[in-house]
Design a protein around this ligand. Structure first.
Ligand SMILES: Cc1cc2nc3c(=O)[nH]c(=O)nc-3n(C[C@H](O)[C@H](O)[C@H](O)COP(=O)(O)OP(=O)(O)OC[C@H]3O[C@@H](n4cnc5c(N)ncnc54)[C@H](O)[C@@H]3O)c2cc1C
Length: 221
């Protein structure tokens, strides 16, 4: 079900038929994606920083060194804009003008809050780890107190969010459909290849199922 945008700035204006605002569309993209581009302004300079993330219910979790500019700026309650993009195809049109991409993308506006309690931080890090590779939190050594205190975990509410989805063939100008130029879509899929064991791994250490059968949840809504 499509809903209306939560705010004016989160309302898709260009190609508004491609907009979605429902939780299912938001969650599907966030759960499949791996990289968030996080934008903020520090001392008048805009930065957009790529990083790992995880969705935890109705919030996006980010983490990093407590000393990083990104995390210290976010911890002041600075305005944030985060995007997550899944690329589904290259759209090859009859005209150069109408070349495009098929995609599913999310834009999130808001202000992040630093998780303060150790238990809250730990469960945030668990979500981020499990988003990357399922089962990893229990398979790997968990963070020490020192590692925990060197790490900030930020929570960005999923309250002001837009989704935009482009699918299907190119949209050419009517006169161009008579053209002999090829047109169509080159689909894109992310492929996770067979895992490469660390050369320093002992011979008796088998890869867990979360590694050998690695896959992302794919739910095109
Ligand atoms: C992989 C990819 C490639 C793209 N390439 C181009 C390109 O080369 N040129 C180009 O002009 N556009 C491109 N777009 C579309 C682009 O993201 C914008 O939607 C478009 O440029 C309109 O921008 P605007 O600021 O005028 O949008 P507006 O409709 O005015 O934006 C208003 C609000 O809509 C929401 N919104 C806008 N775009 C998106 C989005 N993609 N996903 C989720 N929410 C969104 C935001 O909340 C934003 O604040 C691309 C998108 C993707 C994902």
């Amino acid at each position: 079900m499509n809903r209306t945008a939560p705010t004016t700035r989160a309302t898709v204006r260009r190609q508004s038929a491609r907009a979605r605002y429902d939780q299912a569309a938001i969650d599907a993209i966030l759960d499949e994606g791996l990289v968030a581009h996080v934008g903020f302004v520090s001392e008048g300079q805009p930065y957009v920083i790529p990083m790992a993330y995880a969705r935890d219910g109705d919030r996006l979790l980010l983490h990093g060194s407590s000393a990083s500019r990104l995390l210290t700026t976010l911890a002041t309650g600075a305005a944030v804009c985060a995007t997550i993009t899944l690329l589904d195809g290259l759209v090859v049109a009859r005209s150069v003008f109408n070349h495009s991409m098929n995609y599913r993308s999310v834009v999130i506006f808001g202000r992040a809050r630093a998780l303060q309690e150790t238990d809250e931080k730990r469960s945030g890090l668990k979500r981020i780890t499990e988003h990357l590779v399922q089962g990893r939190w229990n398979d790997a050594r968990q963070p020490s107190e020192t590692e925990l205190s060197a790490t900030s975990v930020m929570s960005l509410p999923l309250e002001e969010v837009s989704v935009k989805i482009r699918g299907g063939p190119p949209v050419d100008a009517p006169a161009d459909y008579a053209s002999s130029s090829w047109a169509g879509v080159i689909p894109i899929q992310t492929v996770f290849e067979a895992p490469l064991p660390d050369p320093k791994l002992g011979p008796s250490v088998a890869a867990p199922v979360g590694v050998t059968s690695y896959h992302r949840p794919t739910k095109r809504t």
